[in-house]
Design a protein around this ligand. Sequence first.
Ligand SMILES: [Zn+2]
Length: 667
Amino acid sequence: MTNPLLQTWHTPHGMPPFDDIKTEHFLPAFEQAFAAHRVEITLITTSDIEPNFNNTVAAMERSGRLLEQISAVFFSLTSTDTNDTLQAIETEIMPRYSAHFSAIYTEQALYQRVNAVYSDRSGLDDDQMKLVEDLYRGFVRSGAALGDEQRHRVQSIDEQLASLNTAFSQNILGDTNDFELLLSEGEVAGLPDMVKQAGADAAAAKSQSGYLFTISRSSITPFLQFAERRDLREKIYNAYTHCGNNNNENNNAEVLTSITDLRLERATIMGYASHAHFLLDERMAQHPDRVTELLDEIWQPAIARAKQEADDLQQCIRDDGGNFTLAPWDWWYYTEKICKVRFDLDEETIKPYFKLEQVRDGAFNVAEELYGIRFTVTDTPVYHPDVTAYEVAERDGTLIGVFLTDYHMRASKRGGAWMTGFREQSNMDEAIYPIVVNCCNFPKSDPCLLGMDEVRTLFHEFGHALHGLLSRVRYPGQSGTSVKQDFVELPSQIMEHWAIEPEVLRRYARHYETGEIIPDALIEKLLAADTFNQGFATTEYLAACYLDMAWHGVLEEDRTIESIETTAMNDIGLIHAIGPRYNSTNFQHIFASSSYSAGYYAYIWAEVLDADGFEAFKEAGIFDQQTAASFRTNILEKGGTEDPMDLYRRFRGRDPEVSPLLKNRGL
Ligand SMILES: [Zn+2]
């Protein structure tokens, strides 16, 4: 029996042949890919020729292609269309996957060769120099420079962490799928028709009658905004905050304790004071103190504003005849009421102007205007019927990549929104164009009308996609979004600014039934409302950043989840009416993988850059061709070939400033 994962793919654009790939193909394919990669690495380490850039560093860049291909398909399916079998394979493969790479990056013969190239790297091109330096650091940070005993301990920690990260994520999915709030007609008072319809559709999808709400963010947010029944708001809010913390088989308490213990142990072995010190050494911020400084600088005005907002909401409760103290599950509901009175604006007035397909075309149009690239629907294999594929071409027709959109939610897909891909751009031995994917969790309804947060999310992920699509580098290891964690959100977050520029809104925001362009009065209200509730939005996010830093900073011996959470929130003075965006047990960003651990701050770090960077566009004109060309060549095309602060300075002509961020948030 042939395994399609191991064949050459003669499909349009070399897309994986999804229809032929069955779950039973993955394990044997992984086996072969691991083995093939081992052989490639052995050829490098056993070479009799003196180590040089080409036979060691470039050879490593050429190795592991099969494994990369298979992994891209596998991890795409486990996050977008998973099932029990795939989850079981994931549980089996993750520790082996981690062990495989850990073995390579700690292999002494390989490290010696890389070290030799690193020690004599003069004369290399700039991108090669950066590649060698990053690779050398990668080896050191994996433990290659440690003695045998410590090195093996680090390898074992890495493997254990890989399993624990997977368990954390699967527990969240488990608790999310277990919780159902099935309501009758009498219990959904206050919910607008569209929200009720989504609830009815969700119930029908599970062969139930009534209205079904879950703790996925797209279900819980409108419920908290509109549901009149305070007890039901409390119920769903508490279910959300207790996700992963229900004393059932999905309990994350022990999982996360083990994760943080192991991370701390690894950091200590590496000679760092904490996991945060260890990780930040690899980021733009470089040190936990610089992160805390930035968080504190924004926290002060944000919490002051949040307290004013809380007073307004309490007043609104009294005016409404309520005789209770504002609680976290009241915040969205009364904010919506105030918003409606103050701006005469509610989600249901806005949404008809933001039909998914039109918002998507609006994003495409911005990219065309800025960078001269075009998106055309194309027929290729895709992994799910909800996915659409586009060819992306320069103005002169040169193909630069393929872009897939997977916008709708389904039970087999994890929550949130993200960018991923099946192939990265590179130009080492031949020009390879990228295949980039955007995943979101918009309701599966027709028409699919988006709220402003969802509009921003679409533009955000599209910004990541452009980073992948417009990449123009030589080595795959430096391609597109392969940049420092606190830099990667710049291209995505800067795109959000175009989404609400009046000039852009008038192009894409048209009423889905009448085709009417969004009225100027509504645009004005949207812009006025943009700084509304920013005290809350900023503090709930920053509180999660502080929590992340607390878990990964220098830890007390007798810590518990409760003590960490309470201390972190007391230290900053978070008010009771606001909870951090994530509690420890459902904080996927920092515990389901290592990439955002001690790194949740990266969004606001990058927001300093995107707010300051967008000022450059506003100064010259939001579609100014020279500014766009500079952003493209200095940021989007460069991937990880240079230090990000150097790239930013070359685009902006100076260091970034914090003031545009505070101004945009109205703080
Ligand atoms: Zn992002």
